[in-house]
Design a protein around this ligand. Structure first.
Ligand code: ZN
Length: 267
């Protein structure tokens, strides 16, 4: 992790500031300002996960090394084209992210970052921003870190839970979520957390999968639902985001792939 990014983090237990205790950003540990809690940095990843285990199959599968290895190699490059039913390459996602964060400075958080695709796109396009990728799966983070190092991008990867983010209030200028809300539990807690860490001028980019309207699409989603994948009703999610103070600036649905850009300020 980038030690300079410690200013954006807090002890997940007592919420005090964190500082380097031993070693460096590759191998070492950080300790909170109260000298009570210590957290390890291993292979460049800071582990701030307090012991909560995932319940759903989708979340568990992300804990497996094979899933982490295969995710960006086999599934992710083709995922949006398959799910949207049209050619939907990384260039389109790159354009959406680039436009959204062109005028922001400061911290961008890639929430449930998997292999860090969005974190890398933002860090590459905007070297002046700090980029923190958060995920609960260590195998996913190890692969994300490997890719960031190979691309020489200064991204901090942190293991933490989206329901209790180890980030102080009002610091994130940008938040990106690439499909992960579909696999998360207790979404209202996640929405409350992203709203808490967002600055008053923050921008949120959320890519999510919505409910299918075709017969076959509905059958497939019915099979996936017990595994912990939720497909959203766009109207319900828009209402929920509005409840947490987000104004939808743009909304694009392609097949079942839904991109929204929302801001806190309404501008
Ligand atoms: Zn502490």
């Amino acid at each position: 992790m980038q030690l300079a990014d410690l200013v954006y983090l807090r002890c997940p237990t007592c919420h005090a500031a964190l500082r380097l205790h031993i070693g460096d950003g590759i191998h070492g540990s950080v300790r909170c300002a109260r000298n009570t809690h210590t957290y390890d940095i291993r292979q460049g990843i800071l582990d701030l996960l307090t012991p909560t285990r995932p319940h759903s199959m989708a979340a568990w599968s992300n804990e497996w090394r094979l899933t982490a290895w295969a995710y960006e190699r086999i599934w992710r490059p083709y995922a949006l084209s398959i799910l949207s039913g049209t050619s939907f390459g990384y260039d389109r996602e790159q354009a959406i992210l680039g436009e959204a964060f062109a005028h922001t400075r400061g911290l961008v958080v890639d929430l449930a970052c998997s292999n860090g695709l969005y974190a890398r796109i933002i860090a590459k396009a905007y070297p002046q921003k700090s980029v923190i990728g958060i995920d609960r799966s260590m195998p996913m983070l190890i692969e994300a870190q490997r890719r960031a190092v190979a691309a020489r991008l200064p991204i901090s990867y942190i293991r933490a839970d989206a329901r209790t983010l180890p980030i102080p209030s009002d610091v994130a200028e940008g938040i990106v979520i690439g499909g992960s809300l579909n696999e998360m539990e207790e979404l209202s807690r996640v929405f409350a957390e992203i709203s808490r860490i967002a600055t008053p001028t923050s921008t949120l980019i959320n890519m999510a999968l919505i409910r299918a309207s075709s017969f076959f699409g509905k059958q497939i989603q019915a099979v996936l639902a017990p595994g912990g994948i939720t497909f959203f009703d766009p109207t319900a999610m828009t209402t929920q985001l509005a409840h947490y103070g987000w104004h939808i600036q743009s909304s694009t649905i392609t097949g079942i792939v839904w991109f929204i850009r929302a801001t806190r300020s309404g501008a």
